[in-house]
Design a protein around this ligand. Structure first.
Ligand SMILES: Cc1ncc(COP(=O)(O)O)c(C=O)c1O
Length: 390
């Protein structure tokens, strides 16, 4: 073993996909190439002014500059309880059923450390957000992938789950509206998840990162609104995407009180909580007007239509998503996900994410993020048309 060799667990994790892509894009830009990134889903529009103002006031207060507690401020927990009641019709006890997280990514990783031992299994959506697989691996456990079936509306075939994996599973990671497929939850799916979780005693983690980013009148539910969900699950709610707050690291875990409490216990050993000024900004976001969210969704919907039309014009079959900031499309004939993404980067200087980055079932697809200003999206699809069109 060398002095600086990382642990075997860390070695087992593939490098975080976007880190590698960012490095290559930086090299190209340094060489003077105008690369347009439709890769990472980081909203280009600013955080809403009332949220920034709340932060500006809060950050100047000496009382907010101290160590926070991992339990979170009363106002923060109350604001989440209020939001879940109004928005989702879900009753949350602010005393026991919600605490802050330093972004959903942190929370998803740490849930693996809170609930998995070596030899335990976590079930993870495939394709899926990478921490669903990297978290369990880092915790020394095993991940069993649940392929999302396009014909079922991009949900896993729960009836076809390997019975051994199901009986060894302790955690299940799911996410709707879904990254990367853009799918929204089909009727009855959450109910079936609750049934399965009860049968096999699996703690369900529903990652609700995109519920506020929806189109065409679709309103996304919370998993916790499903009868029995709170007995078997938690939901991670991030303010990153719906409120343009990716840099703020503001999220919460809600639901099953025992699970929330175990996460809290773990977190007291790991970090010192979410900056209180950020918590107060989060309160302003949750309690503020919903119009800015709707205005932003109108902009995403316009970009979505633009990309869908352009892809269809060059023969790529694509369904306009009802939610998320992503278009999930099949790669043209004769390409793999990676060869297509390489072609786009090298020939058109456009970054798209190869579907295989999100798991083996993502092979044959690519993902486009709508978080780039309209004129740059237009330019990017023009370049794609130039290199692919007949
Ligand atoms: C499904 C999903 N969950 C969570 C996150 C990250 O959320 P946060 O910024 O709160 O860590 C992302 C970001 O792309 C995501 O796609």
């Amino acid at each position: 073993m060398g002095l600086t060799d990382p642990s075997k667990r860390l070695e087992a994790i593939p490098p975080y996909m976007f880190a590698e892509l960012e490095r290559r894009v930086a090299d190209k830009r340094a060489a003077g190439i105008d690369v347009i990134s439709l890769g990472i889903g980081d909203p280009d529009m600013p955080t809403y002014p009332h949220v920034v103002e709340a932060m500006q006031g809060a950050v100047a207060e000496n009382a907010n500059q101290k160590y926070p507690s991992n339990r979170g401020r009363e106002e923060f927990r109350q604001a989440f309880a209020g939001f879940y009641g109004r928005r989702f019709g879900v009753e949350i006890d602010p005393e026991s059923e919600v605490i802050p997280a330093v972004g959903a990514k942190e929370c998803i990783y740490n849930l693996s450390f809170a609930f998995l031992d070596p030899d335990d299994v976590a079930l993870a959506a495939d394709p899926g957000y990478p921490p669903y697989t990297a978290g369990p691996l880092l915790a020394g456990a095993e991940t069993v992938l649940m392929p999302l079936v396009p014909e079922l509306g991009f949900v896993p075939d729960l009836d076809g789950l390997d019975p051994v994996a199901a009986s060894n599973a302790r955690l299940m990671f799911i996410n709707y509206p879904n990254n990367p497929t853009g799918a929204v939850v089909p009727d009855g799916f959450f109910e079936r998840v609750v049934e399965l979780a009860r049968e096999h005693e699996i703690l369900v983690v529903h990652d609700n990162a995109y519920s506020e980013t929806t189109y065409d009148g679709y309103v996304a539910p919370s998993f916790l609104a499903t009868p029995g969900a709170k007995e078997v699950g938690v939901e991670v709610f991030s303010l990153s995407k719906g409120f343009n707050m990716t840099g703020w690291r503001c999220a919460a875990i809600l639901g099953n009180a025992d699970a929330v409490s175990s996460y809290w216990r773990l977190k007291t050993n790991i970090d010192s909580g979410l900056f209180e000024a950020v918590q107060l900004a989060g309160v302003a976001a949750l309690e503020g007007p919903h119009e800015p969210v709707e205005q932003m969704n109108a902009i995403y919907a316009r970009r979505r239509d633009l990309v869908v039309d352009a892809l269809r014009a060059i023969g790529v079959e694509v369904t306009p998503p009802k939610g998320t900031i992503y278009i999930w499309a099949p790669v043209p004939e004769g390409h793999t996900s990676t060869s297509f993404a390489e072609l786009m980067l090298e020939e058109a200087a456009v970054v798209v994410s190869p579907g295989s980055m999100y798991g083996p079932s993502g092979e044959g697809f690519f993902r486009i993020s709508l978080t780039t200003p309209d004129e740059r999206i237009t330019e990017a699809v023009e370049r794609m048309r130039e290199h692919l069109g007949n």
